[in-house]
Design a protein around this ligand. Structure first.
Ligand SMILES: Nc1ncnc2c1ncn2[C@@H]1O[C@H](COP(=O)(O)OP(=O)(O)OP(=O)(O)O)[C@@H](O)[C@H]1O
Length: 269
């Protein structure tokens, strides 16, 4: 049985989207979306391809501007992008493709931010990298290069990088992790390893209690989300606890989980 945080651990809103809108080239992708992520929760964002799930994550991370609406981070309105102003909490992002630098060793990848932005000694950075690699179940690979690892191992290395902390600036340590399809393209067993790791990192000291999971994979939704938001046609169409995805009579959710081509979701391609 995977560890799950009790719902009573949910406290204050960490990130709030209020009336957020986004269009690309005249196509409305997000239309006045309200969404709140509470401290300590595991929120899954699901929906058909192209509905703006990754776009929402990028906006939460402060990597993409909004066309309309507001984002509040721990109650503080964010103005502009993350490069313009600091958020009151650290937000880590794990990308689908791992986004590792091929020419750098695993140590240099995981410790990248510290090598670039801290005054920590090489020895201290090595210790911190080893600690994080241990946490993702990959001890002893710091001297290898990304090309030498499997896809699943590269994903785990990218988790280690996302949870990296700087003892000199604890306020920058990630308090929320945004996962963008971390099991895409992995076989079912490698996916299980990643799903277990996501839950472990939620519960372990030095991990990240709050996260948002964007995924298409049925097992990943069921095993990593406590609450689910269903996005379609620019709107939040349904939200509820994970246990209700099989019992709701919402036709969009029913069609999505039955993988049927008949129903209100338009089949593309
Ligand atoms: N930077 C961009 N410029 C132009 N169009 C974009 C940009 N980013 C996303 N889009 C478009 O916005 C729509 C939503 O993209 P997004 O990647 O957020 O969807 P998604 O729900 O994550 O899809 P998938 O499940 O297939 O990954 C798509 O039609 C995509 O082509």
């Amino acid at each position: 049985m995977l560890p799950q945080l009790p719902l009573t651990n949910m406290k204050e809103p960490l990130i709030e989207l209020k009336g957020v809108s986004k269009s690309f080239g005249g196509n409305v992708i997000l239309d006045n979306v309200d969404l709140t992520i509470y401290q300590g929760e595991a929120l899954g964002i699901i929906g058909p391809s192209g509905t703006g799930k990754s776009t929402i994550l990028r906006m939460m991370a402060g990597l993409m501007p909004l066309d309309g609406g507001e984002i509040y981070v721990q109650g503080q309105k964010r103005s502009g992008l993350i490069e313009d102003a600091k958020d009151p909490i650290g937000i880590g992002m794990v990308f689908q493709q791992s986004a590792l630098f091929d020419s750098l060793s695993i140590r240099e990848n995981v410790g990248f931010f510290l090598y670039q932005h801290s005054k920590l000694s090489e020895e201290r950075i090595r210790e911190l990298v080893d600690e994080k690699l241990e946490m993702v179940g990959l001890p002893g690979i710091a001297d290898q290069y990304p090309a030498e690892l499997s896809g699943g191992m590269r994903r785990r290395v990218s988790f280690a990088r996302a949870i990296m902390t700087n003892p000199d600036n604890p306020q920058d340590n990630p308090e929320i992790l945004l996962y963008d399809e971390p099991t895409a393209g992995l076989d079912p067993i490698a996916s299980t390893v990643i799903e277990d790791l996501v839950r472990q990192l939620q519960c372990v000291e030095g991990g990240c209690k709050t996260y948002v999971m964007v995924t298409h994979q049925d097992s990943t939704i069921r095993r990593t989300a406590d609450r689910v938001v269903f996005l379609y046609k620019g709107k939040v169409q349904w939200q509820g606890p994970i246990g209700e995805i099989d019992t709701t009579d919402n036709p969009l959710v029913r069609q999505f989980f039955s993988a049927s081509t008949s129903g209100p979701i338009q089949v593309v391609g």
